[in-house]
Design a protein around this ligand. Sequence first.
Ligand SMILES: [Zn+2]
Length: 404
Amino acid sequence: MTQRRYQDDSYATEFESNVVSVSKQGDKYATILEGTLFYPESGGQPCDTGSIQGFAIASVIEDGGDILHLSSGEPPFAPGDVVKVKIDWARRFTNMQQHTGQHILSQAFVSVLDAKTVSSRLGIEHSTVDVSKLDLTWDDMEKVEQLSNSIVYENREVKVYQAKASEVSGLRAKKAPEREVLRVVEVDGFDKSPCGGTHCLRTGEVGLIKILRWEKVRDTTRAEFVCGALAEADYFWKSRFIVELAQQQTTKDTSIPRQVFDLYDSHKELRRQVESLRSELLTYEIAEIETHAREISGTRVISAYLESRSAADIKDIALRLTEKGNTVALLAGGTERVHIVFSRSEDVPADMRKLIAAACELVDGKGGGKPAVCQGGGKHAGRVREALEESERLLDIHLREHDT
Ligand SMILES: [Zn+2]
């Protein structure tokens, strides 16, 4: 059973202890000490990182009553050695801020909205609480945040003590405690909850508590939040982003949300206009292309290589050309890579699949589709005209076959 020294003093960063055992567990080595400062990953809180006698420890877990310090390399110490344990204080303190902040936030949800915390997870980037109430609004969240931060500003004491479950009143717990003696964490005059984690001594150390967003998860609302150092980092990038946008738009920070929504609306309108102009332009182009129509076995055939056109344009033109009856469109476009679209009117008795396969083979590619519309392409642009001529020849044969 490892002595959990972090529970006596969550501010201690260095400590000496005896090595109890070093063993291989899968592809990792596990070191057990008599006592440790490393908080193991548990209760939804990330573990501490740091070193033992200068040897890096990246992951710490619980195994029954023992705490395992895991490493991928073999540790340079043996059972009986006295070693110096050192934890990464910046990471520990950030975790303490999130953890103490979560206690305050959970009680604020109860006080303001009568919403109980069903579960919580503390993370390296952000944390979450799931509360038993749905359809929460920005207004609700603002009130919860305001109460939480007023508890921070009052710099209340955070007391940790052992007590019998039956003798503690007003305990905020997810379920009835199983143990007889509890480790109670009390935010003076505000919240009492059973917890084995690491916490700040006073609420002022938590810093700003900020709810970032929330969503419905099953029958709860999951609120994502950050405290202290993480809130500072979040505020920094968001503030910088808004200020830079405002400078670029030569406007005030507070005008940015309205401007972004306006830009979005005008972008949608411009896209609609561009689409309408493109379609109008295509109408003229189609009329011009139609002047090159030829007749093959009594069918109007339009065969063209429109170099600068995209695959989508080619298809659009082909479909519009064959809206009229008795028409076949054999179109190609593109210079680096060739796109080919063959389309026919409903009343033309020819199968485009037979034509596209041969055409695409000539440009070193593949194609396919339905009897009335096929598309494909290839990489040999130099043979496009040859491919279109071959398609006309095949079409002529197919149409003649049908006539006889
Ligand atoms: Zn706690």
